[in-house]
Design a protein around this ligand. Structure first.
Ligand SMILES: Cc1cc2nc3c(=O)[nH]c(=O)nc-3n(C[C@H](O)[C@H](O)[C@H](O)COP(=O)(O)OP(=O)(O)OC[C@H]3O[C@@H](n4cnc5c(N)ncnc54)[C@H](O)[C@@H]3O)c2cc1C
Ligand code: FES
Length: 349
């Protein structure tokens, strides 16, 4: 039987028990402790932390982009990959004091496919129904892992709906890649009535009602399927009557890549101070009279000073990596730049 060890997190002073077969991140999530993370696969470095005491720690495969060898030698570690074999103390480099103890229990469920509809030529809206008695709670902006049938692999997908409480439904927006293991399966094989195994919720891309700045303006920056959690946060603002000034900059290549346009227009009417700004990087010679260029260039053109603003960024890794430094340069405090990077599974060392 593998042993269990105590992991203490500083500077928050929280202790949890971690089995040797689990990663520290997973054990924390199961015990309601919400640590910063993104990919859970050793690729994005969001969970990077520092070992203060103890060194009998082994890591599952990870990318040396997320944790270069010299950092590992200095004592840095990736909580999503770390197994501990003795009691250790870990310094969290990045955590949200308001959220750390508010984690929801991780659940597993077998859900049934209700529908799968195109929202663009390469994005699908997938709706799953949870079993009748399952109470599957999540915060708007979180995601679940969906197992790919017939494999040992999972993929992460953010919910676009705000709750499953009354409907029992989970709604996703999923981009189809030509060689995508899950997305091709979704597009070509999955049918209404089929079953999918989901685990979650995970993620910290949730709307922060900062106690000290409850009215802080918000900038959302999205691209591709990053639409899913941002739409979810906007829907949640409308449901909860949150009227913080907000602008959503969404980048797409061409006009036929835009989705949820009608709903975003109606959100502009429902939310008193909300504006949706789509931009096309390849507008072609058509009749597009909206913004053009990369979405980060559009933000830079529109906004000179974002001091006091909170930012939520979600989409493909290059977009997130360009947006985060831009937003901090424009004045968004680093601790108020929240992002989910849609990293994809690739060979890690
Ligand atoms: C926290 C989190 C939340 C996510 N939420 C969503 C979501 O709501 N909707 C959604 O569609 N995806 C989301 N993703 C990404 C998703 O988990 C998968 O990585 C993605 O769907 C590709 O899976 P696949 O099996 O189809 O392709 P894979 O078999 O994993 O990849 C096959 C090939 O497709 C290409 N590819 C895959 N992903 C990308 C990418 N992001 N950019 C460029 N090329 C790529 C690459 O060439 C890759 O080699 C999320 C990821 C994370 C980490
Ligand atoms: S590297 Fe750990 S969550 Fe991405």
């Amino acid at each position: 039987m593998p042993g269990k060890h105590v992991v203490r997190f500083e500077p928050v002073g929280i202790e949890i028990e971690v089995g040797e077969e689990q990663t520290v991140l997973r054990a924390a999530a199961e015990q309601g402790i919400m640590l910063m993370h993104g990919c859970k696969e050793g690729q994005c470095s969001s969970c990077k932390s520092f070992l203060l005491e103890g060194d009998d720690v082994e890591l599952d495969r990870y990318s040396t982009f997320a944790l270069p060898d010299f950092e590992r030698e200095e004592g840095f570690t990736l909580l999503c990959r770390a197994h501990v074999y003795e009691d250790v103390t870990i310094e969290l480099l990045n955590y949200d004091e308001d959220m750390i103890r508010s984690g929801l229990p991780i659940q597993e469920a077998v859900a049934e496919v209700v529908s799968k509809d195109p929202v663009t030529h390469d994005m699908r809206r997938l709706v799953l129904r949870l079993p009748g008695n399952a109470e599957f709670k999540f915060f708007p902006g979180q995601y679940v892992d969906i197992a790919i049938p017939g494999t040992n692999e999972t993929r992460s997908f953010s919910m676009a709906n705000t709750s499953a409480r009354e409907s029992g439904l989970l709604e996703f927006v999923i981009k189809v890649y030509p060689d995508g293991l899950f997305s091709q399966f979704l597009d070509t094989k999955l049918q209404a009535g089929d079953q999918l195994h989901v685990t979650g919720p995970f993620g910290v891309f949730t709307l922060r009602d900062a106690a000290k700045t409850p009215d802080a303006p918000i900038v959302f920056v999205g691209g591709g399927a990053g639409m899913a959690p941002i739409l979810c946060l906007l829907r949640s603002m409308a449901e909860r009557g949150i009227s913080r000034p907000a602008v959503y900059y969404y980048g797409a290549r061409r006009r036929h890549d835009l989705c949820f346009e009608a709903e975003l227009s109606s959100l502009e009417r429902a939310l008193p101070d909300f504006r949706y700004v789509p931009a096309l990087s390849e507008p072609g010679d058509g009749d597009w009279d909206g913004e053009t260029g990369l979405i980060t260039d559009v933000v830079a053109r529109h906004r000179r000073d974002l001091t006091g603003t909170h930012a939520y960024v979600c989409g493909p890794p290059p977009m997130v990596e360009a947006a985060v430094p831009l937003l901090t340069r424009l004045g968004v405090p680093e601790k108020h730049v929240y992002f989910d990077k849609f990293t994809f599974t690739e060979e890690t060392r």
